[in-house]
Design a protein. Structure first.
Length: 493
């Protein structure tokens, strides 16, 4: 394995700052998990759901630090694919990138279905029945974001900011509008006591962890981030905590709104938050507001990021000869990987056709856990194989933290649906077969991985501005985490 200087050909444009790095990363995970399977866990754990969410946060922090190190040192398109290719070898790079692609495709497909569920509920709340199948609604949503992805990452970043700020604005109004209907201080409520056993709690943690999966999405777009040696680590420091705060806030609201004797009904609901409000008799404006925020804020933010990020993986792998070369072609004007985006669209539509969020979630979890395992192993491999690599940030205690994190993620993989695991293994074998065929075809002239040099550091004025922005984000995220912990603590008294 060797690095070579990038040739002056068509390349991606660095136009994303810290704000976009955070919103694209958190936008990937705020949506399908939080408002579907993540909320289903509330139907099992009740007010103790915060412990599963804390566990999911804790097992996300150290991997995020590893990605902060790798992303700052290797700010290229393709993220884990590049890290694993350099640290472990090309087959492992292909495996990780291939898993990331199907994981994000699954997230986008599940998000599109979640969007259709909440859109239907929205129209029903307005007294307008929709004479169209949920899958068609989901397909239209995916088509819209495929077009947006073709227009370019700068447009994607601006839209992402808009979606998330809309989501938060609506969320704040929704929570205040439902305060009169909330019940506080009801004590510990556990609809399914078996879920507190080890065999019951681990699957709950796995499903809530899906709400955190994707915390390193900004690394996939490293070649498009300004001053990545600074912005990438900072985004990865904050992203897991911001995702925790969002999940914890909505879980608290759901526990407070739904009567204790009805919480168990959420375990199998397709749209748990809408179902919870109906169970509590809270309809009208609050229900409409909820569906608006989830559909056009949370769902859209996840769809936006989940369509954009995996296309960069396909582009990067094709550019390196691991996939057919046509996937590395960029739009002449927008500089976006159009063939890769279209291939992803086809895969998303195929998963939407299953009309099963449980299958999609399990497939995504298997692929996500596997590529994180490979990514964390790659961090160790890079320390050994590339000791002189310039690392603007170094994760502490690598040889303790990485093996422990890998072990935990392997344990979580044992909690998944067997059908999804089999489908995931078949997908991985297909990817490795494709890799071998492409390696044979592109053996000459494309054996090395092209890595651009680290961008120039910011000017002193730019650095001061970046530091101020980071301090604001840090204070806001810290305040949100403390607020959520306080709200959940109040449920036990």
């Amino acid at each position: 394995m060797h690095m070579k200087e990038a040739k002056p050909v068509s390349s991606l444009k660095r136009c994303l700052g810290l704000r976009e790095s955070i919103t694209i990363t958190t936008g990937t995970v705020i949506g399908v998990g939080l408002f579907t399977v993540g909320a289903n866990v509330v139907g099992l754990l009740g007010s103790t759901v915060i412990f599963a969410t804390l566990a999911a946060l804790l097992i996300s922090i150290y991997p995020a630090l590893l990605y902060a190190e790798m992303g700052a040192a290797l700010p290229v398109s393709g993220g884990t694919y590049q890290y694993a290719s350099l640290g472990l070898g090309r087959p492992f790079g292909m495996l990780s990138g291939w898993c990331f692609v199907i994981s994000m495709v699954s997230v986008a497909s599940g998000e599109a279905l979640a969007f259709s569920f909440y859109i239907r509920t929205l129209f029903e709340a307005l007294g307008i029945p929709l004479p169209i199948d949920d899958r068609w609604i989901a397909c239209f949503a995916v088509a819209g974001f495929l077009l947006l992805a073709v227009r370019g990452v700068e447009m994607t970043g601006r839209m992402q900011n808009g979606f998330l700020f809309f989501f938060w604005g609506v969320a704040v109004v929704w929570i205040f509008s439902t305060l009169p209907s909330m019940q506080f201080g009801g004590g510990v409520t556990v609809p399914n006591p078996d879920s507190l056993s080890l065999t019951g709690f681990l699957p709950c943690v796995a499903m809530i962890w899906w709400c955190f999966a994707g915390f390193e999405t900004c690394c996939a777009m490293g070649e498009e981030i300004k001053h990545p040696q600074i912005n990438l680590p900072r985004a990865l420091f904050l992203a897991p905590f911001l995702v925790f705060a969002v999940n914890g806030l909505f879980q608290w609201a759901l526990v407070c709104i739904v009567p204790a004797n009805s919480l168990a009904s959420l375990a199998a609901a397709a749209a748990p938050y809408a179902e919870g409000m109906k169970l509590a008799g809270v309809v009208g404006f609050p229900l409409v507001l909820l569906c608006l925020g989830i559909a056009f804020g949370g769902d859209f933010s996840t769809l936006n990021a989940s369509v954009s990020a995996p296309a960069r993986y396909l582009y990067s792998m094709a550019k390196d000869g691991a996939l057919p070369g046509f996937l590395a072609k960029l739009h002449p004007r927008h500089k976006t990987p159009v063939p890769a985006i279209l291939i992803l669209g086809g895969l998303m539509l195929a998963l939407i056709a299953t009309d099963s969020l449980s299958i999609i979630a399990s497939l995504s979890l298997f692929a996500t856990l596997l590529y994180y395992v490979v990514g964390m192993a790659a961090a160790c491999g890079l320390r050994v194989k590339c000791p002189d690599l310039k690392r603007p940030y170094r994760a502490p205690l690598l040889w303790i933290g990485a093996p422990v994190s890998i072990f935990i993620y392997l344990i979580l993989m044992t909690q998944l649906d067997k059908t999804a695991v089999i489908a995931g293994i078949i997908w991985c074998l297909l990817g490795l077969l494709l890799f071998c065929l492409c390696r044979r075809r592109y053996k000459e002239g494309r054996s090395g991985i092209s890595l651009p040099a680290l961008p120039d550091p910011p000017t002193p004025e730019e650095k001061q501005r970046m530091d101020r922005e980071y301090r604001v984000w840090f204070i806001l995220v810290a305040a949100a985490v403390l607020l959520v912990l306080g709200l959940h603590l109040s449920l036990f008294f």
